[in-house]
Design a protein around this ligand. Structure first.
Ligand SMILES: C[S@@+](CC[C@H](N)C(=O)[O-])C[C@H]1O[C@@H](n2cnc3c(N)ncnc32)[C@H](O)[C@@H]1O
Length: 331
């Protein structure tokens, strides 16, 4: 019960910490779990494994990621088709590191060209082949690496005939988070997705049906939210409230909504209030200021595992888990 397959590998994700967390979460009996800073949704996936009957509230402030979750929940088959399409019809034609990288930047550019559109509910929408110009792809495939680069940079949008197809757009976003650098959500000043490619293998695939199926199974127990954590306002008995905010001082562009100390203090006060009547957990990195702010709660610290928070200014950074279990859900 300490392994889940995340939807995408994420620097801020908690998949690698579950073994450390397990003793604190095991044996609890919550009826509701609230994941205030959902990110990749990994903790919600784990809660579903630990507490299969609990209702989940999965919140994520990034609307693009929220749209991926919503689409997976409400339009599962079409979303899978779109991912399969990207995998089979597009990725297959871009063989090798350089081509895969070029494909990533091409899809990124096209993704950013989409206008903000709502989710379309179109039961018929299961064929995405109209989005690709196969003749161009074939032509591209015949070229040398140098020629491919030249062609790509001349007009990166040339290969896909972009249409306002919301499901395809959300699938592209999952592709980008899966293939982007550490799964992060970097944005430029225009709000465009700008994470660099993070392809680690020339055969890396973006479509994993079993991962999508597990995520969908969790989503069937979840209510999705796209709000600031303070606006969730969930007051239910026997609830586990989990907070995994952007850590203070994380790189400027890594998370769109990074937290400074003022916001972190406000969050700690919020958690302190919730802890008076309910069970709370908060993940963070170990810092004396946080221990003061979280006075009255228990904590457990351990060395950071993987990710990019391990080393800051040459010092190794420890993780901390703050917690206070309410008797109503204690095992
Ligand atoms: C550290 S990540 C969470 C990682 C997650 N636990 C996982 O395992 O993937 C923090 C997330 O909080 C979101 N976020 C940032 N500011 C927020 C806010 N004010 N309210 C809710 N979510 C926010 C970010 O978009 C980011 O996905």
């Amino acid at each position: 019960m300490t392994k889940v397959k995340p939807l995408f590998r994420y620097a801020g994700g908690k998949a690698k910490l579950l073994k450390k967390y397990a003793p604190f979460f095991a044996g609890l009996r919550p009826e509701y779990c609230v994941d205030y800073f959902g990110g990749s949704g990994t903790m919600s996936l784990w809660f579903h494994q630990l507490y299969p009957d609990a209702k989940l509230y999965l919140n994520e402030k990034d609307p693009a990621l929220y749209n991926v979750f919503t689409c997976l929940k409400d339009d599962y088959d079409n979303f899978c088709n779109a991912m399969y399409f990207i995998e089979e019809h597009i990725s297959e034609n871009f063989v090798g590191f350089a081509s895969k990288k070029a494909l990533y930047y091409m899809i990124r550019q096209q993704y950013n060209a989409f206008d903000e559109i709502g989710i379309v509910k179109d039961e018929e929408l299961d064929d995405f082949s109209h989005l690709i110009d196969q003749a161009l792809i074939d032509e591209y495939y015949e070229l040398t690496e140098e020629e491919k680069n030249e062609l790509y940079w001349a007009d990166p949008c040339k290969f896909l005939d972009f249409q306002e197809d919301a499901i395809y757009k959300h699938a592209c976003y999952l592709f980008l988070r899966k293939m982007g650098f550490s799964g992060t959500n970097e944005r430029n000043r225009h709000g465009e997705y700008s994470s660099a490619a993070g392809i680690y293998s020339p055969t890396q695939s973006c479509y994993h049906p079993e991962v999508l199926a597990d995520f969908k199974a969790m989503l069937d127990y979840a209510e999705l939210h796209n709000q600031d954590y303070r606006d969730l306002d969930i007051h239910l008995p026997r609830t586990l409230h989990y907070f995994d905010p952007p850590y203070v001082n994380t790189g400027k562009n890594l998370f769109v909504n990074r937290f400074d100390w003022e916001q972190t203090e406000a969050l700690c006060e919020y958690i302190q209030r919730v802890s008076e009547h309910s069970t709370v957990f908060m993940s963070h990195y170990d810092h004396p200021r946080l221990k003061k702010l979280m006075k009255g709660l228990h904590w457990y610290t351990f060395p950071g595992i993987g990710g990019m928070h391990n080393k800051r200014k040459g010092e190794s950074v420890r993780e901390i888990l703050f917690y206070k279990v309410h008797p109503s859900i204690a095992g």
